[in-house]
Design a protein around this ligand. Structure first.
Ligand code: ADP
Ligand code: AMP
Length: 215
């Protein structure tokens, strides 16, 4: 099963992705995570992407598309498929991925669309904390770690993303509306989209996502 998870910034894609990966044994491909890892490793790609990410803008398609292609080609363990999180995010990316995957085992079989009112996202994004080592996702109010600033799973310290500010969120929301919503339409026309109410407690959202993917 090849799954695509979509939703605005802070909708809960990463949180649901961790659960999907565990339950359905798929490879998690998060373009945001890949960019952050390239930045922290100081690579050329990371340097190229950093200024866009810090401003809340999308990294250009000419950079993102080849990166995803390269990443998919390099997957040594194919598991039971993959989960794309944060890609495709523009119509050009969706068309590029379609051209790459048509008629192959890379075709998307289900799209989960996390639906949430934009007003809720500011609180989600500003309260988000991430583990430096294992990437686990927390929230200072809705999903806090047991010990403040420390990851429950691996004991490493938590950090706040540099782009998790109100200013950056405004730009990311504009990018989402202008560039990513047409992608949702693209997959709706293919009959692949399952819309989930993401404005519920994490376990309820997960119950709905799990059900949608098990049908
Ligand atoms: P995305 O990957 O879509 O940007 P995340 O999964 O990182 O979103 O979630 C954003 C923040 O909201 C995190 O701090 C996470 O712990 C929290 N969160 C995720 N889902 C929910 C939910 N259903 N209810 C409350 N908080 C949530
Ligand atoms: P995310 O972790 O999904 O919130 O992504 C963080 C940032 O990485 C985004 O705000 C963009 O700057 C960049 N990014 C992630 N995925 C993409 C993509 N598919 N296309 C362009 N930019 C992306």
């Amino acid at each position: 099963m090849n799954i695509l998870i979509m939703g605005g910034p802070g909708a809960g894609k990463g949180t649901m992705s961790a659960k999907i990966v565990e339950k359905f044994n798929v490879n998690h491909i998060s373009t945001g995570d890949i960019f952050r890892s390239e930045i922290s490793n100081g690579t050329k790609l990371g340097l190229e992407a950093k200024s866009y990410i810090d401003q809340g803008k999308l990294v250009p398609d000419e950079v993102t598309n080849p990166m995803v292609k390269h990443y998919l080609e390099g997957l040594s363990d194919k598991k039971s498929g993959f989960l794309l999180d944060g890609y495709p995010r523009t119509l050009d990316q969706a068309k590029a991925f379609d051209a790459l995957s048509a008629g192959t085992d890379l075709e998307i079989s289900a799209v989960i669309a996390l639906q949430i009112p934009f007003e809720v996202l500011a609180q989600r994004v500003t309260g988000r904390r991430l583990c430096k080592e294992c990437g686990s996702i927390y929230h200072i109010e809705s999903n806090p770690s047991k010990q403040e600033g420390i990851c429950d799973k691996c004991g490493a310290s938590l950090y706040q993303r540099k782009d998790d500010t109100i200013e950056s969120l405004q730009i990311r929301l504009q990018e989402y509306q202008n560039q990513t919503q047409p992608v949702l339409k693209f997959y709706e026309e293919k009959g692949l989209v399952q819309t989930i109410n993401a404005n519920q407690p994490i376990e309820k959202v997960w119950a709905d996502v799990e059900k949608a993917l098990s049908l």
